[in-house]
Unconditional design. Structure first.
Length: 368
């Protein structure tokens, strides 16, 4: 017996009987499992029973309009990712703006072309499936990574603390050993702190991306003198690796950019830390800024381990590459956090191999 793929479920909420029946017939002919409701109240109840892959709803309905249906369903966790398309005979800008501000996936005005509607629905369902697949991968990576990443530095802290305790008890530890063990504890504590802070920032950015008002406020924050700050951050980080002489700078004219100051520090720290960690001492790391239309581009290039094209395509939260070989730590969040921060500020983040070896990071900021 051949395995049959489950049909995608579409819920149609429409109070006009003729339009609703035509839509049911249209989507049934296209191979969808179609469910219907003649008003908003029944639509909400039906959605809770069937958990559709997509909801298609009229806006202007008696008793409860489509916007209210949307608000109620989006408060339920199971419908956070369910694509929602509004249908309306009204094409006024106020309705489109209100729907989009709510976060609707699309807005189709009546009358509409059947082919256009079907294509929009299919595309939205496929995009949502990809997002859900990525989230499942994220959960899997999270479950695999967190125990190891948190416990490794924690074990170091506990282990060296016990060595100090036992040594002091038996008077079998000298000053040099005490300092050595204390340094190991400090190093492990710093690793653990960075892992925790990255995880907190990841959660913060995920919440921020869903808060339209807060996101608008954040993305319009400016750094007036980015070159000075970038130079300062780079000097501090390279000093910790004793590699100040390995950094080559070439900065364009100073211009303000849109980004939160602490977010700028975070992405510079993450990327330069990677370049320093995975390249050899005396290998040059080139850092430059230059204007590009209404944007400022920051380039960081190293000659280290680098990544191949397949790995670059897999950039995501909690993904690490060749961990056993490169001894990475910190949940693999650095590159994902950089990408997320720049997206929130309407910038861009690109990675490409720096041939013959190494990596090139390109960060594009909006100029202020």
């Amino acid at each position: 017996m051949l395995f049959q793929r489950a049909m995608d479920k579409v819920l149609i909420i429409e109070d006009d009987d003729l339009i609703r029946e035509n839509l049911v017939e249209l989507f049934s002919m296209e191979g969808f499992e179609v469910h219907q409701a003649e008003n908003g109240f029944l639509g909400i109840e039906k959605a809770k029973k069937i958990y559709p892959n997509l909801i298609l709803s009229d806006i202007m309905m008696a008793e409860m309009n489509g916007f209210t249906v949307y608000k109620i369903l989006k408060q339920i966790d199971e419908f956070q990712l369910t694509p929602f398309i509004f249908l309306s005979a009204l094409n006024e800008k106020e309705n489109i703006r209100e729907g989009m501000n709510l976060g609707a996936d699309d807005f189709i005005t009546k009358p509409f072309e059947n082919t256009e509607l079907i294509n929009v629905v299919k595309n939205r369902i496929e995009k949502t499936k990809k997002v859900k697949s990525s989230l499942e991968e994220l959960k899997s990576n999270l479950v695999r990574s967190i125990p190891h990443e948190f416990l490794t530095p924690l074990h170091g802290i506990i282990g060296f603390s016990e060595l100090i305790k036992d040594g002091l008890k038996t008077n079998e530890i000298d000053k040099s050993e005490l300092i050595e063990y204390a340094n190991y504890i400090i190093e492990s504590s710093n690793k653990l702190s960075r892992i925790i802070n990255n995880y907190i920032l990841f959660t913060e950015l995920e919440i921020l991306s869903k808060d339209h008002q807060k996101k608008t406020e954040i993305k319009n924050e400016k750094v007036q003198s980015p070159n000075q700050l970038i130079y300062h951050y780079i000097k501090e980080i390279s000093k910790k690796f004793d590699r100040e002489q390995d950094i080559d700078f070439q900065f364009d004219e100073e211009k303000p950019i849109f980004i939160k100051k602490n977010y700028l520090e975070k992405i510079i720290t993450e990327l330069l830390d990677n370049s320093l960690k995975f390249s050899e001492k005396f290998d040059k790391i080139n850092i430059s800024t230059f204007e590009k239309n209404n944007f400022l581009e920051l380039s960081i290039s190293d000659n280290g381990v680098g990544m191949n094209e397949a790995q670059i395509l897999k950039i995501n939260s909690f993904n690490q590459f060749d961990r056993s070989k490169n001894e990475q730590s910190g949940l693999g969040l650095g590159l994902f956090l950089t990408k997320k921060i720049l997206e929130i500020h309407e910038g861009q983040f690109h990675i490409k191999p720096n041939l013959p070896k190494g990596i090139n990071y390109s960060l594009i900021f909006r100029k202020g």
